[in-house]
Design a protein around this ligand. Structure first.
Ligand code: ADP
Length: 561
């Protein structure tokens, strides 16, 4: 029957564990794994970063455009107005260029009066290559601008009417003597130009200024702006500008460490022919995605481990509690049985005596002896239970007194000797002569001895022998109780000192007992600053040794293990 109970309990516990802990935890884990797996497939992290990068580059383009406008606004204001006095155009263009060294040349075009006047930045008189290049760029502009001027003017007027930036741009790369040059011009309607005139001012940006001053400033402004997409703590993003038809950086932020850019944005308004590129310095989006996944898998693995540990601990605790509960119920059954048997015997023999029908005197003697023995057994059991409950409640107190142990052991055994021999046991008593006085609780030590002797009586079969020795060894006094009984399996030798524990041997099950005796013996030994040990071979016998220090340290016993 107990086995069946155990199975039911176990199944119930496993079910509870499964339902209450494992199921929710496992579903959480499964969900996380599923989530991560899909995240990996959708490249969600990569997509999020790319979205952020798109915003940054849009912001960068807008910033470039605004800055270009800021550069052009004063230039436009200072430009010569619609040409009434032709002689004034050149000096005024020279003044504009002198005030704005960031431009290489300036042109004023007027369709009606057929004006095409251009000036270049002063200070390059001896630089033929420069002059040729500027002349080339002006000539190129001259080829298309007059034809498109009416349309451009119309567009600029419309922009101004809509409160938009009144500037137009053109940008391209060209080769001069195997060198690659970037040309970027801006055009606008000079101030005070009547609506019906086709007049345009044109300025050419100095590419060196763009490259060394203008774009580095734009990039710094973008990278230091409070854009949330730039808050990648470990790996700050880096930005560079390159010609649209090549990936070689033209301008780059300090963190640009080469490699493939994550995202490109060609400039569409001001500075066409150039493109922004962005990436993380020191890593790639793929790497970040992979790292994120790895990190999450790692956390998941760690959490699973913790969860398994938790489940294991819960399982262990519950099993322990269940075992204890089972032991307690066994204990109650055992104790009731143990109380009932001697009481029944006492009543039976007392009733027989009362009837007065016995003839032989020996019979009387025998019945009296049985009644005494059974009441002694009852007393011992009740004492054990009382001691146990006192210890459990933390109320057990020992009265340590200097004691002649040899004498205590001898008198305890004397009152028991008769019973031992009656049971057919050979009894050997070995008490050394040099036992010093030891501070002990007399009653507790006597009870320990009785428990050990009682066990030797109970757990012996054919070889009926009990040996008790008391001797001195290494600063302690040792009390040994030896038998040649059924012995204890090595695996059980530690457990027998636990409360309620009884071995699995069939003889043990058929023998009355509460599983309390040895746990009390150990508690008493520990309270005396000593300990109890067992040496036992199954079917050969057991030897229990209580070691008591001669000079015990101050020690109080705690609860029973
Ligand atoms: P019990 O009331 O069951 O005797 P104890 O705490 O005294 O409780 O002993 C615990 C268990 O240890 C016993 O049930 C028995 O299985 C085992 N045991 C104790 N003493 C002996 C011994 N001398 N020989 C064999 N087994 C023993």
């Amino acid at each position: 029957m107990p086995r069946k109970w155990r199975l039911t309990d176990r199944t119930r516990m496993l079910l509870t564990l499964e339902l209450a802990i494992i199921l929710p935890a496992a579903s959480l884990m499964a969900f996380s794994i599923w989530n991560l797996y899909h995240m990996q497939r959708d490249k969600a992290i990569e997509a999020a970063i790319q979205r952020d990068f798109t915003h940054v580059l849009m912001f960068a383009e807008k910033r470039t455009w605004l800055r270009a406008g800021e550069m052009l606004t004063p230039v436009r204001k200072e430009f010569p107005p619609c040409p009434n006095d032709r002689s004034q155009i050149k000096p005024q263009l020279d003044r504009v260029l002198a005030a704005h060294p960031e431009f290489l040349f300036a042109i004023l075009y007027d369709k009606d009066s057929d004006v095409w006047v251009w000036r270049q930045q002063a200070g390059h008189d001896g630089d033929e290559a420069f002059q040729r290049r500027v002349a080339d760029e002006v000539a190129i502009t001259n080829k298309w601008l007059p034809f498109e001027a009416p349309e451009l003017v119309h567009k600029l007027q419309k922009a101004a009417a809509n409160d938009e930036e009144p500037f137009g741009y053109e940008g391209y790369w060209s080769d001069h003597n195997d060198e690659h040059f970037y040309t970027s011009i801006a055009y606008f309607i000079p101030p005070d130009t009547p609506k019906d005139r086709i007049t345009l001012g044109v300025v050419g940006f100095d590419p060196e200024y763009l490259r060394n001053t203008f774009f580095p400033a734009v990039i710094t402004a973008v990278l230091t702006s409070k854009n949330s997409a730039l808050k990648a703590d470990a790996n700050p993003p880096a930005i560079m500008i390159h010609p649209t038809r090549s990936t070689t950086p033209w301008v780059a932020s300090p963190g640009w460490d080469g490699g493939r850019s994550e995202m490109d944005r060609p400039l569409s308004e001001a500075f066409q022919g150039l493109a922004f590129s962005i990436k993380y310095s020191g890593t790639t989006i793929d790497e970040i995605g992979a790292k994120f996944l790895k990190y999450n898998y790692f956390i998941l693995a760690a959490l699973s481990l913790v969860m398994c540990g938790g489940i294991f601990l819960t399982y262990r605790n519950i099993s322990r509690e269940m075992k204890l509960a089972r032991l307690k119920s066994d204990f109650v059954a055992n104790v009731s049985h143990e109380l009932r048997t001697p009481l029944a015997l006492i009543r039976l023999y007392a009733e027989t005596l009362e009837l007065g029908r016995l003839t032989a005197q020996e019979k009387y003697q025998e019945y009296f002896r049985i009644i005494r023995e059974e009441s002694e057994r009852l007393t011992a059991l009740i004492n054990n239970i009382l001691d146990f409950s006192r210890i459990e409640a933390g109320r057990k107190e020992y009265e340590f007194k200097e004691t002649n142990l040899a004498e205590l052991i001898r008198t305890t055994l004397d009152s028991y000797r008769f019973q031992i021999e009656q049971n057919g046991f050979a009894f050997e008593e070995n008490i050394a002569a040099d036992i010093p006085p030891v501070n002990v609780d007399r009653e507790a030590i006597a009870r320990s001895l009785l428990n050990l002797v009682n066990n030797a009586l109970k757990y012996s079969k054919d070889q009926k022998f009990i040996g008790v020795s008391l001797y001195r060894a290494n600063g302690s006094v040792k009390l040994e109780v030896q038998d040649r009984g059924i012995g204890i399996a090595p695996a059980e030798q530690d457990k027998i000192f636990e409360k309620f524990y009884r071995c699995g041997d069939p003889l043990v099950h058929n023998t009355k007992g509460s599983g309390l005796g040895l746990s009390l013996v150990r508690h008493i030994a520990l309270a005396h600053g000593g300990n109890v040990f067992v040496e036992s071979v199954p079917d050969k016998g057991s030897k229990f040794t209580i070691a008591l220090p001669i000079n015990p340290p101050a020690h109080e016993g705690g609860a029973i293990a």
